[in-house]
Design a protein around this ligand. Structure first.
Ligand code: ADP
Ligand code: MG
Ligand code: ZN
Length: 630
């Protein structure tokens, strides 16, 4: 239940170690000062002392162990000496020839030495280093704990609790836009948590586990918080990776702890984020040394079996890799309720933008609908960061309101990374980039199934020297074979343009080639779009839904098929290249015109680009007005 500080970077750790060393030096200085004694008092020999006493100069002598402090009659004058061990000072002085009557005049004080102070002083040389080492170790472990050692608190669950009456952190369904089906399904859970009696009395079995699946940033985490907020129950959240740490057995005991805690405050929700970190298929041997993870997973299974519906506990979990989860987790009685979150469509995007614009003052020209239209494929998280970037842009330019232009610029920033205006291209590079991008743009405009061009630019952004922004006319759930083929040709058109115009190639198209090859491979191996192989899936089979990642693990087809797949991919790519080359050759004057304009102005927006096409006798893609499709 502790809120631990976040992991500490190494630099911090070093700084702390340095701090500890400083303390060490300070302590040793104090120690040597204590032991080394009072160095500013002049030291005299015993015979000098006896001479001084004989002369009647000494008023008082204080004996403390071996140290003899001397106060002279003369005000303020002091000195010290050492006496022999085992003999009385007066005896020594008499032996040194001090007359008895002179000695009697001196006030001799013997200080008691059996006090703790004396013992401590005697033990100090041994004790202080030990104390110091202990302190040093304590200090370091305290620091290390933040860095993931948890040496002193393993076992304890690290779940964070959001209490139902915590208004600041409270999130409800109102804060989550879109994902309508998911909300509807979760409403049942909310109802149960609100009034469990009603359900239990009628003998209804409420699911124990709900698994939210969807691509990153689609709102899984925020939606599960909203369920707790709607139901007004405590929300225990922990991330899958937090179970697994350095020590074996920690994960399992954390799970036990977490369930115990949650049961005490039932009705409640336990939320395990990114459950794939612990819930991967067991015995797969991926990554090696999985014992700890498997034990943790086993413990989760045991705990989920070990509580009854009347305990009013709901386990929610989220993942974007449902394909790698252990089937045992998905068995009835565990995470048998599955809720899929999709990326938002245009209306949802507008709603999400509205939610995130709540506290942002907008200029009159802001039209969130247009922003939503221009952001197909954006996740909720992308839209959130778009809004944020827009506000940052406005603030940096000292404006009080966010304008539409800020938001539009932010779309590209979120999509492609920040502009790098300082990254200046040489004249030659600029030319090559211009032809490369013109190649993409031209192919995208001529090929019937490619997405229309929204913008072309040769200002470098992120890692790309230039970019051609194509946006689908509408959100796509399905992609057809013809669209795949045209997309591949568009990807290769940059490469073809460089080859055609300059008779040479640069490293520029490397990403394009990856994209094209990936698309061709997916066509053949995933979607049965190759005539030679027919309807056969070699990757990402049923029951292994894909969410934007490649298939992990080994291949499960024979070498014979492997060779055919490679042949088919190569064939698709070379046909696409031929197609791109044909287009560029046929429309060479248009290619030149686009490239020349790019070199002049660096960016071409959609309208200007379409005018350029028309001037060269190409009809732009029918400008479908999205408003009419609603
Ligand atoms: P996930 O867990 O699916 O990766 P999150 O729930 O962490 O995604 O979402 C990240 C952020 O994106 C949220 O904090 C929220 O601000 C925003 N967001 C995502 N989806 C939505 C949505 N449907 N409605 C409103 N905001 C959303
Ligand atoms: Mg999340
Ligand atoms: Zn390119």
């Amino acid at each position: 239940m502790k809120k631990e500080p976040n992991k500490m970077p190494l630099g911090n750790l070093l700084r702390n170690a340095l701090g500890a060393l400083m303390v060490f030096f300070l302590l040793s200085a104090v120690y040597s000062w204590l032991v080394g004694g009072t160095s500013n008092v002049p030291e005299i020999s015993l015979s000098e002392l006896s001479a001084d006493i004989t002369k009647g100069l000494v008023a008082k002598v204080t004996v403390n162990g071996e140290v003899v402090a001397i106060d002279y009659v003369e005000a303020g004058k002091v000195a010290q000496t050492k006496k022999e061990t085992g003999t009385a000072l007066s005896q020594t002085l008499l032996n040194l020839g001090v007359p008895k009557d002179k000695l009697d005049k001196v006030n001799i004080n013997i200080e008691e030495q059996s006090g703790t102070g004396y013992w401590l002083l005697g033990l100090a040389p041994f004790l202080l280093p030990i104390l110091f080492i202990a302190f040093f170790i304590w200090y370091l472990t305290r620091q290390m704990r933040g860095a993931g050692m948890q040496a002193l608190s393993f076992g304890q669950s690290k779940a964070r609790l959001t209490a139902p009456d915590d208004q600041k952190q409270k999130i409800t369904f109102k804060d989550v836009a879109g994902v309508k089906e998911a909300k509807e399904e979760l409403l049942e859970i909310v109802d149960f948590l609100k009034s469990p009696k009603r359900f239990l009395e009628i003998g209804a079995r409420i699911p124990k586990g709900v698994l939210l699946m969807g691509p990153p940033g689609s709102g899984k985490t925020i939606l599960s918080r909203a369920v707790a907020g709607e139901a007004g129950v405590p929300f225990f959240s922990i991330s899958g990776s937090e179970f697994v740490e350095m020590f074996v057995g920690v994960g399992a005991s954390r799970v036990r702890d977490l369930f115990q805690m949650a049961k005490k405050s039932a009705p409640a929700i336990i939320f395990i984020d990114e459950i794939d970190a612990v819930g991967r298929v067991r015995g797969g041997g991926l990554g090696g040394g999985n014992d700890e993870r498997e034990q943790t997973l086993n413990q989760i299974l045991v705990e989920m079996d070990g509580f009854e519906p009347n305990e009013k506990l709901i386990i929610m979990a989220a993942t974007n890799r449902p394909d790698v989860l252990d089937p045992a987790l998905l068995r009835p009685g565990r995470f048998d309720r599955r809720v899929v979150l999709d990326l938002p469509d245009r209306n949802d995007r507008e709603e999400i933008l509205k939610i995130h614009s709540r506290k942002k003052p907008f200029a009159e020209d802001v039209n969130l609908r247009v922003v939503a239209e221009r952001t197909p494929g954006f996740s909720g998280a992308d839209l959130y960061s778009l809004m944020n970037e827009g506000a940052i842009l406005a603030a940096r330019e000292n404006r009080k309101k966010v304008s539409q232009f800020d938001l539009i610029r932010s779309i590209e920033k979120v999509m492609l990374g920040p502009e790098r205006k300082s990254h200046l291209l040489s004249k030659k590079e600029k030319e090559i980039t211009a032809y490369h991008e013109a190649g993409h743009a031209l192919a995208a405009s001529v090929l019937p199934f490619a997405d229309p061009v929204h913008k072309i630019s040769i200002i470098s952004r992120g890692r790309a020297a230039g970019y051609t922004l194509k946006l689908p006319i509408e959100d796509r759930k399905l992609q057809s074979r013809r669209e795949f083929l045209d997309d591949i040709a568009v990807s290769l058109a940059g490469y073809s343009a460089e080859k055609m115009i300059f008779g040479d190639l640069t490293t520029g198209p490397s990403n394009d080639l990856q994209v094209a090859t990936g698309l061709a491979r997916d066509m053949v191996a995933k979607y049965g779009m190759s005539e030679k192989l027919g309807p056969m899936a070699f990757e990402g089979q049923l029951g292994r839904p894909m969410f934007g990642y490649g298939f992990e693990g080994g291949v499960d087809y024979s070498e014979r098929f492997g060779a055919v797949i490679d042949d088919e991919v190569a064939r698709i790519l070379s046909e696409a290249e031929k197609k791109a080359e044909e287009i560029l050759t046929k429309h060479r004057p248009t290619l030149n015109a686009i490239a020349t304009r790019l070199i002049e102005t660096e960016t071409i927006e959609r309208e200007a680009f379409e005018k350029l096409l028309v001037a060269n006798g190409i009809t732009p893609k029918q400008k479908q007005d999205i408003e009419h499709q609603v």
